[in-house]
Design a protein around this ligand. Sequence first.
Ligand code: PMM
Length: 274
Amino acid sequence: MGILNVTPDSFSDGGCWLDPGRAVEHGLALAARGADMVDVGGESTRPGARRVPVEEELARVLPVVRGLARQGVLVSIDTMRARVAEAAVDAGARIVNDVSGGRADEAMAKTAARAGVPFVVMHWRGQSQGMDDLAGYGDVVAEVVAEVGRQMDAVVSAGVDPEQVVLDPGLGFAKGRSDDWALLAALDAWAVLDRPLLVGPSRKRFLGELLADPATGEPRPARERDDATSAAAVLAAAQGAWAVRVHEVRAAADAVRVEAAVRAHRMTAGQVPV
Ligand code: PMM
């Protein structure tokens, strides 16, 4: 899943694709570099980000969704708002990716149910402005899986077909220092929920901190975290993830293909898959 943020303030690509023509071009380039789908977002969710008015979000995403869908790209709409999800599906989006998993807008689950498209339920504890304060876990893996499981039950009760639910651990969202690593290390724990898993490590803070400058302690800048993102993508793929959400598609797509080839070889060689 290639990332296309049509925002002025996303943490690594904010301001790059505000012009709809350039955004569509970039989405096509992501598809050409190996993305099976392109995730279009019009509201930054970086820690501390402020909400944008709904009309602004609509104006940012709709021309881009329409432009890409017309050219045959499978488009996902990254939004917490039912109105935006509905309009984007009307414009050709085929997946609704809600980082709040339906919690930010009570109309979302019913809207996704009506749309009848896959609905991403990500782990989320609250809006970006205060989310760093919402981290705090005993057993982060067990708690995140349980919270997402409850949210999945809630959206299914609102009418979403369970077969259309995709789950996501929400790396970087209300997660502390070691929480992202713990989640990335234990994706097999999600098997109990029996749904496809989307994983979003791309350029996130936990990678920047790992790669911090040894002299200054400064985190590696966001745009220099793509090699690490590809490594995380492989680890997610090896644990059975359905998709990884990345900015730099070519390297990550190549990397997961290598992992798939090795896995296929293990299977044909009769070895136990790991
Ligand atoms: N991360 C961001 C935005 N949307 N959606 C899903 N499903 N999973 C994520 O991890 C996720 C997301 C924030 O990253 P960005 O600002 O680089 O898009």
